[in-house]
Design a protein around this ligand. Structure first.
Ligand code: ADP
Ligand code: MG
Length: 294
């Protein structure tokens, strides 16, 4: 490898908002055979908006939203932000939660006005003994439409759900198509449920068999390693704190520059513009650089 070609390559990358931490990462990008894309904030904009509040008997929609938003108040998760923002737009007065606990990949738990509130996945509620049967039909319907349903239980009883929708980034489908044309396997990795994940995958042209969903934060790196164990050179693209171990586990970690500092620090390359087409450019640049070297 001539140092000049590498320097020219990293310089060209920087001009296009693709920051390689070192020349070796530029050299490695051309070897990639599979790319794993985080869903939220990478494929989608990562700005979920509330689409639905469904209150079960005994609750009004605004009481339910107020209680759920109060429980979510201390969470930094984008889903929590969506719930709190909507409650505030509705002019609801939120209470200060006590004993707040973030449950990574599952939801939150807190005491609100003396009552124990859970907001999160079906698995979270069922593990805590709150049967979600009466909400199942709606949940499945929302998920099939690509939305994320957050179930709510109060004092061990289901109380309703709130749902959010996040939209796919412009250019995401074109980037997936280009990557596949370049011969790469494209995968989606997410903590979100399988139905929502598959609906989003379909919108961007990722094969349903290449969707890894309901993966807990601590298991994301294992999923990347499992692909490497199949003999593939794997690139991982992510934006969140949760993605950092997976970025490190990959042959090439690629951070979305609009994401968290933790992800950027863990990655080998940062896409400053947050567009997935940047991955295509990074790999093309690497291939061109390597061709010049040989
Ligand atoms: P992602 O891979 O999209 O970043 P996470 O692993 O953070 O997802 O979360 C997985 C799932 O856990 C979410 O889709 C949601 O159902 C649930 N969840 C996580 N955090 C929260 C929260 N603060 N409130 C409600 N639900 C949550
Ligand atoms: Mg993300």
């Amino acid at each position: 490898a001539t140092p000049t070609a590498i320097m020219v390559g990293t310089g060209l990358g920087a001009e296009h908002g693709i920051l390689f931490k070192g020349g070796e990462h530029l050299e490695r990008a051309h070897e990639l055979q599979a790319l794993v894309l985080d869903k939220t904030g990478t494929i989608t904009r990562g700005e979920p908006r509330l689409t639905r509040v469904e209150a079960l008997e005994g609750w009004t929609a605004s009481d339910l939203l107020r209680v759920a938003a109060s429980a979510e108040r201390r969470s930094e998760h984008p889903l929590a932000t969506a719930v709190v923002a909507h409650a505030q737009e509705e002019g609801l007065a939120l209470s200060e939660p006590e004993g707040f606990e973030a449950l990574p990949g599952r939801g939150v738990s807190a005491q609100v006005e003396g009552r124990r509130v859970l907001v999160g996945t079906r698995r979270l509620l069922e593990d805590e003994g709150a049967a979600t049967g009466s909400l199942e039909e709606l949940r499945l319907e929302l998920e099939a439409a690509g939305q994320t349903a957050m179930l709510i239980a109060v004092d061990g009883h289901p109380a309703g759900l709130v749902a959010v929708a996040d939209t796919v980034k412009p250019g995401a489908a074109d980037a997936v198509a280009a990557l596949r044309e370049m011969g790469l396997e494209v995968w989606m990795l997410t903590g979100d449920n399988a139905r929502t994940a598959r609906a989003i995958a379909q919108q961007v042209g990722i094969d349903p068999d290449h969707v890894l969903a309901e993966v807990l934060p601590e298991q994301k790196a294992d999923q990347v390693q499992a692909l490497r164990d199949r003999g593939l050179k794997v690139g991982m693209v992510g934006d969140g704190i949760n993605d950092a171990p997976a970025l490190v586990a990959a042959d090439l970690g690629i951070a979305i520059g609009t994401g968290t500092d933790v992800a950027i620090e863990a990655a080998d390359v940062t896409l400053m513009r947050g567009e997935l087409m940047g991955i295509v450019s990074a790999i093309r640049l690497s291939r061109q650089t390597i061709r010049k070297i040989r």
